[in-house]
Each structure stands twice: as C-alpha cells, then as structure tokens.
Design a binder for this molecule. Structure first.
Ligand SMILES: Nc1nc2c(ncn2[C@@H]2O[C@H](COP(=O)(O)OP(=O)(O)OP(=O)(O)O)[C@@H](O)[C@H]2O)c(=O)[nH]1
Length: 444
C-alpha cells in the first residue's frame, strides 16, 4: 500500500457529504455531484493528467455517483435508525454513527476506486493499492468532521438536535480562555510528538500521538460538545498538515488510526453528561407525582423514614400533617375533571411556596396531601397547618371560581412510635376534622 505524494491522511469532503445528507437528505445531491465533477477536472489539471474533457466529465460523474449515492444511503440509514431510537439511547446512536460511518466510508472507497478505474483515471492494478488508504482517509474525515459540520448546520436547521438523542452541538456561553488554554496544550503536544517522529524516524515514536487522548478527553468532559468536536477537527487537520510538511507518510496509518480512535472515544465521552441528565430525570419522574410534581408516596415515605432516624439521633422534633380538600368532588362535578386537575396543580404550587426549603410536601393520592416538617413540634406544626388552611381559602382558582377549604390532621412523631403508627394518628385526626364539620385543624 502506498500513499501518493499528494494524498492526505484524511478526506474532508467525506465528512461534509455525510453531514449534508444527514441534514438535507437527497436535496444535497445536486450540489455534491457538481462538486465531485469539478474536483475531478481540478485533479486532472493539478497533476497535468491531460485527459480529454469528455473523459474528465465521464469520470467525474462516475466518481460523483459512487461518492454521493454511498454517503446518501449511509446518511439515510443512520437517520432512519436514530429516529427509531428513543431519547435514552445516546450510546446506541453513537455506536450506529460509528458503524454506519465506517461501512459507508468503506463502500465509498471501493466504489470510488472502481469508478476511477472504469473511467481510466487510474489503472485497474492500482485499485488494490488505493482502496485501503482511501477508506481510512474517508473514515477519519467522516468520524471527525461530520459532528462538527452537523453543529455548524444546526444553526440553520435547529431540528437536527432532536435526532441526535439529546447530544447538542449548539453554541453555549462558556468562558473562552480555559478552552483556548486546553486547545493550546493539545496543539503543542501534537507538534512536539510529530517533531520527535520526524527527528527520530522509528515507527514507535509516532505511536506517542495516542497520548493526545488525554487532553482531548479533558476537553470533552469540561467543554461544550461543539468545542470538543472543533478541537478534534483541529487535531486532525494539524496532523494532516504536519504529516505532509514533515514527510511522515510512512507512519500515516498510525496518525489516521489515532484520529479515528480518539474521535470515537470522545463521542462516547460526550454522551456521559447527557446520560447522567437522563438518569436524573428518570429518577425524578419515578419519585414525583405525575400531576402535581410533588413527592409521590414512595419518595415521601422514604424521606419520612430518614427524617425520623435523623430527628431521633439529633433529639429534634418532627411533625407530620395530612390534609384533604373539602368537597373536592363538587369541583370535578361542576367544572369537569380537567378543571379539577388544574385546581390540584394550583394548590400544590401555592402550598409549596408557603413552605420552608427543609419541609417536604407530597401527594398521597386524589385530593389528599402530606407534609413533613423537620424540627417542628406540635405547636409549631399546628400553627403551620392553620396558616395553610388560611392560604387555601385565599387561593383564587383560575378554572373554578370558588373558595377552597381543607381539613388538617397534625401529629408530632413520638420517639416510641413507628412511622406507620404516626401516619395512622395523623389520618385519624384528619378524619376527626372532617367529622367535626371540615375546614379545621385537629392536632394531637
Ligand atoms: N380532577 C381530579 N380529581 C381527582 C383526582 N384524584 C381523585 N379525584 C377526585 O377527588 C374526589 C375526592 O373525593 P373525596 O375526597 O372522597 O371527597 P370530597 O368531595 O373531597 O369530600 P370530603 O373529602 O369528604 O370533604 C373524587 O371525586 C375523586 O374522583 C385527580 O387526580 N384529579
């Protein structure tokens, strides 16, 4: 396998074509076909191959068809696959991108070399020498540049982010200086390693380029996805320039593989914050009530157990309030179930605003709520319940023009009782408040 003197270790148009087909679909075809034909004429004149006009046109169309159809099909497959994945599978989306990108680059290399051979641009014996460096060059550019071009194109086509499964390449405000420092470190390291490879021409020296994974991953974990993608592009571009300038073509494969491996690792690294955010969101969903977003029973009782242990250890008081909206059924009957839902959400929002950060408000179910008050004795928690009873009355309902009232059962949790027993006492007090005529607080 040989590299022609003009050959670069990567082929940036491959990354651009893949990104353009991913974003614009088949609409990108005419422009990319035209570029392929122009490029064929340009290569012919640059290397003074002196093929006829007709032969250049024929070979440009054949090469363009091989390149464009392959990248269009690869992009279409990836788009279809990623769209069928749900939001929580970013690693699968990245894996699909890497696999489909590799297969697409391989197909483009095989078809492209054969297209050039058929049209007489290269001899048929050159195909076997050319397809591998062509593939790796296309692959390096596809893997490194496609996300960067996607980022640039997503300024015009914001819907792209939707099918990147939460991985946003949009610009975000973040200080520039630390990024520039990291970028400078990457560049200095790369230049130093490649100069060493030039001065000490042993193949082993070139492998030091894999150390670039350290600053690149540092970038990935601390900078935005767009900046990380930009940094990978700078790393690849600089590698390509230095390989050509320093005549390191013998070790070109090492540099190509380092680009591919570091870029692939970086994309999985970029997925980590998105996955962490998804997990956080999932656990939030599992622990909150769907309608009011308050703590659900599972979370409330978990925290109740923890608070009981903590208050006993610190010898602090702890109180529990249960309350139920009076005649809530009437609201549903008069204004409809949807209006009833809105009222429940409004109650949750209003009561929440009335509480301290350390208090925990939860929804037991229906129109019944529960409130945990750390460091509150019976007197204080009765006062809080009274205040909430008043504020319920003062809520002006958007969907049901009427006054609300609630019945409250309050207990201070005793050191001798279980959580279950405390809860039953609060429930009994609530029941008594209802029985005594509603709109009141019963504490014991
Ligand atoms: N809109 C809406 N209504 C609900 C929801 N969950 C329960 N309900 C209704 O809330 C009402 C609760 O009724 P109860 O607590 O038994 O009685 P009430 O009308 O509030 O009267 P008292 O509690 O005795 O004062 C029932 O009509 C339920 O159908 C919900 O998520 N949304």
């Amino acid at each position: 396998m040989e590299y022609a003197p003009h050959a670069s270790i990567w082929f940036p148009p491959a990354g651009l074509s893949f990104a353009a087909f991913l974003v614009m679909g088949v609409r990108a075809m005419p422009v990319l076909m035209l570029c392929s034909v122009i490029a064929t004429f340009w290569v012919d004149s640059m290397y003074q191959m002196e093929h006829s006009w007709l032969q250049n046109a024929f070979s440009g169309i054949l090469f363009g068809a091989a390149h464009c159809l392959t990248y269009w099909f690869g992009a279409w497959s990836l788009r279809t696959l990623v769209r069928s994945l749900s939001d929580e599978v970013l690693p699968k989306a990245i894996l699909s991108f890497l696999i489909i990108g590799s297969v697409t680059a391989l197909s483009a290399a095989l078809l492209g070399t054969h297209a050039l051979a058929v049209s007489g641009m290269i001899g048929s014996n050159e195909v076997s020498d050319t397809w591998l460096p062509w593939w790796i060059g296309d692959l390096a550019a596809t893997i490194v540049l496609t996300p960067l071009f996607l980022g640039i194109l997503s300024w015009r086509y914001p819907q792209i982010d939707n099918w990147l499964s939460g991985l946003s390449f949009q610009l975000q405000d973040q200080p520039l200086q630390p990024y520039l420092v990291k970028q400078a470190i990457c560049i200095i390291m790369l230049v130093a390693i490649m100069l060493l490879a030039y001065l000490f021409p042993y193949p082993e020296v070139s492998f030091a380029v894999f150390f670039l994974i350290i600053p690149q991953m540092w970038m990935v974990y601390t900078e935005t996805a767009f900046r990380a993608a930009l940094s990978l592009a700078i790393f690849s571009l600089l590698s390509a320039i230095l390989v050509a300038l320093l005549g390191l073509m013998e070790q070109a494969l090492v540099y190509q593989f380092s680009i591919i491996v570091i870029a692939a690792s970086a994309y999985f690294g970029l997925a980590v914050p998105v996955l962490a955010a998804h997990n956080k969101q999932l656990s939030k969903l599992a622990l909150s009530d769907g309608l009011t977003k308050l703590a659900n029973r599972t979370y409330f009782f978990e925290r109740l157990e923890q608070e009981v242990t903590r208050s006993r250890r610190n010898q602090q008081s702890l109180s529990l309030i249960l309350f139920d909206i009076d005649h809530f059924k009437q609201i549903n009957d008069d204004y409809g179930h949807t209006a009833g839902d809105t009222v429940l959400m409004q109650i949750a929002e209003n009561i929440q605003q009335d509480l301290r950060q350390s208090d925990l408000l939860g929804r037991f179910g229906g129109d019944e709520f529960m409130l945990l008050l750390p460091d509150n004795d019976l007197q204080q928690s009765s006062g809080t319940a009274e205040r909430l009873r008043q504020s319920l009355f003062n809520i002006s309902l958007e969907k049901a023009p009427r006054r609300l009232s609630g019945s409250f059962g309050v207990v201070e949790i005793r050191t001798t009782e279980t959580v279950q027993q405390a809860f039953e006492r609060a429930d009994a007090n609530l029941f008594q408040a209802k029985r005594q005529g509603r709109n009141q607080v019963v504490a014991s």
